[in-house]
Design a protein around this ligand. Structure first.
Ligand SMILES: NC(=O)c1ccc[n+]([C@@H]2O[C@H](COP(=O)([O-])OP(=O)(O)OC[C@H]3O[C@@H](n4cnc5c(N)ncnc54)[C@H](OP(=O)(O)O)[C@@H]3O)[C@@H](O)[C@H]2O)c1
Length: 221
């Protein structure tokens, strides 16, 4: 079974994904309301996230080679990181140490360097190999459901991964948290790599906090 995928982003009024101040507290509060059991993260997003909070990657310690201990009642999401090129090699312990995720699962493909798969195995990260070149998301989502019981996925991507999921007809819902700002001509559009038009049905429009708007759309799947 395919999990239900909600594409979630904070955007400016002109649909930029960066170069404005994202209200992170609000972003994660609204994300939490989706009720997803997994957060699908693009490798660029994960790398930028790590680099924005530290200039030097800390040296790994013995504890970085073990899975985090998870309480039965822990309702944190599993982070599923799509990284077929292994760009997070040597950095994943930063995310594991942050303890925002219940666990980390990496999505890989047949092109993923063996060295990266060895790195993951040695450190007890779960990974799923799906696809020949980049990740085959339909297959990966089905395996996430089959192996881990994942039923609801939210995305954390700057747009490239989200557009691929839309192009492949895997997105059921789009949630956009609109910040009260216009970025202007340098705006990097969320859907800049989408190959087709997608028709949506507005499900909900909500004022969030003093000046944000949450738009919830359903796709025609
Ligand atoms: N405003 C927001 O809500 C928000 C949220 C997240 C991130 N951001 C910002 O967005 C920026 C990064 O976003 P991004 O859009 O560049 O990257 P991204 O979506 O985070 O990463 C690109 C993903 O697409 C995959 N991919 C690339 N080409 C593919 C293909 N042909 N087939 C299948 N998968 C493919 C890559 O996987 P491979 O490993 O296979 O290459 C990678 O996981 C950062 O600046 C970040 O801060 C903003």
């Amino acid at each position: 079974m395919l999990p239900k995928v909600t594409l979630y982003n904070s955007i400016s009024v002109d649909c930029a994904i960066k170069d404005f101040e994202v209200n992170l507290g609000l972003h994660y509060e609204v994300l939490g309301r989706i009720g997803a059991d997994a957060l699908l993260v693009g490798s660029n997003t994960a790398k930028k996230g790590i680099e924005s909070c530290m200039t030097n990657i800390p040296t790994e310690e013995q504890t970085d080679f073990s899975k985090p201990k998870v309480e039965a009642k822990d309702d944190k999401m599993v982070w599923v990181i799509a990284d077929s090129r292994g760009i997070l090699q040597g950095q994943l312990h930063v995310l594991r140490r942050a303890e925002y995720a219940k666990d980390i699962i990496v999505l890989a493909s047949n092109r993923t360097p063996k060295e990266y798969l060895d790195y993951l195995t040695e450190r007890n990260y779960d990974f799923i190999v799906a696809g020949h070149d980049h990740v085959d998301y339909r297959m990966a989502l089905e395996l996430l459901n089959k192996r881990y019981g994942v039923k609801r996925v939210a995305t954390d991507s700057g747009g490239v991964l989200s557009s691929i999921l839309l192009d492949e007809g895997l997105v059921e819902e789009v949630q956009l948290l609109v910040a009260p700002t216009i970025v202007g001509k340098k705006a990097m559009n969320l859907f800049r790599t989408l190959n087709q038009s997608v028709n949506l049905k507005l499900e909900k429009l909500e004022k969030i906090d003093a000046d944000h708007a949450l738009l919830v759309y359903r796709t025609h799947m």
